[in-house]
Design a protein around this ligand. Structure first.
Ligand SMILES: C[S@@+](CC[C@H](N)C(=O)[O-])C[C@H]1O[C@@H](n2cnc3c(N)ncnc32)[C@H](O)[C@@H]1O
Length: 290
């Protein structure tokens, strides 16, 4: 804790990234080192150990994730531990893997409780699995757009899927299972998700099942699998995996007049279009002639 320059909050909510200490940002490191106590929710083995070098008191929250417990109960326990500690002595830190505002319910519970108890919170982003997934798969979602769903929410609300937009499905390997366990053994839940996806996609359209590495020295797992066989693949993978479904096709331009307004006219010299300069033998990497 830096007494001359304390952090301006009671609870810092910090994202740790998904690869242990290797994706910890300078900002997160600084905040953690200024807190009196840090609570860590991260399946990566090495991170709690590393945070002990930054903060005088570090509590690993992984024992709260008891096998067979309902996740809502786990999240409430986490929030109450963090908020109670902040009432006792602040600032404290809730450090969670990935980004603390991407599918992280304890963050919301802590923020709600803090508001009621007049405690100030401050949120620091982290590298999320969405960031690592796009790097792993070499995908830029800017080209076709992006839809991100929680698997259970997708099937119970029967959310419409746009098949010309990239689709990421989180918690796919734990669809319809709110209890803490290492692997999904209920194949019918996974089949439910697969059948729902087959209402939109052809069975042979390939999805990627991705488990981003949780340490710099291990390999990420990436498996391309037809949607018609997704349930079997999800049964074998860790519940920490995500599913990426590429678009089936690109969406056509709907308004050509609007498109013309933003189109690059090409290189112009003396007010005359001189065509796209290309060096012989070089591959085309820029815009192609209309
Ligand atoms: C509750 S969300 C938490 C996401 C986290 N807050 C983040 O920003 O990355 C957990 C889901 O994220 C995805 N996920 C988490 N870690 C992952 C990893 N290392 N590789 C791929 N997907 C991951 C899985 O779909 C998992 O079920």
């Amino acid at each position: 804790m830096n007494a001359r320059n304390p952090i301006p909050c009671d609870i810092a909510i910090v994202g740790l990234g998904v690869a242990g200490p290797f994706q910890l940002t300078r900002e997160a490191t600084e905040i953690i080192s200024r807190c009196k106590r840090t609570f860590v929710a991260d399946p990566s083995e090495s991170i709690a150990e590393y945070l002990r070098t930054l903060c005088p008191e570090v509590t690993n929250l992984m024992p709260v994730y008891k096998p067979g417990a309902h996740v809502k109960i786990i999240y409430r326990q986490i929030a109450s531990l963090v908020v109670a500690a902040a009432k006792e002595t602040s600032p404290v830190c809730f450090a969670t893997y990935g980004h603390p505002k991407i599918y992280c319910y304890p963050t919301l519970l802590i923020q709600r409780a803090a508001r009621v108890l007049n405690l100030k919170t401050h949120l620091i982003p982290g590298i999320s699995l969405l960031d690592t997934l796009f790097a792993e798969l070499d995908v830029d979602p800017g080209f076709d757009g992006l839809q991100v769903y929680d698997a259970t929410d997708l099937v119970i609300r029967r959310r419409p899927i746009q098949t010309d937009v990239s689709c990421v499905i989180l918690q796919a390997a734990s669809v319809m299972d709110p209890y803490q366990r290492a692997r999904m053994d209920n194949l019918s839940n996974l089949a439910l998700l697969q059948n729902y996806l087959l209402e939109f996609y052809p069975a042979n359209h390939k999805a990627a099942v991705v488990l981003s590495k949780s340490h710099a020295l291990v390999e990420s797992i990436k498996q391309k699998i037809p949607i018609g066989r997704l349930s079997v693949a999800l049964r074998r993978v860790s519940r920490l995996a995500a599913v990426y479904i590429p678009p089936v096709r690109h969406r056509e331009i709907a308004d050509r007049d609007l498109m013309e307004k933003v189109k690059w006219p090409g290189p112009v010299f003396d007010d005359r279009w001189i065509g796209i300069a290309r060096r012989p033998g070089r591959p085309i990497i820029g815009p192609t002639p209309a």
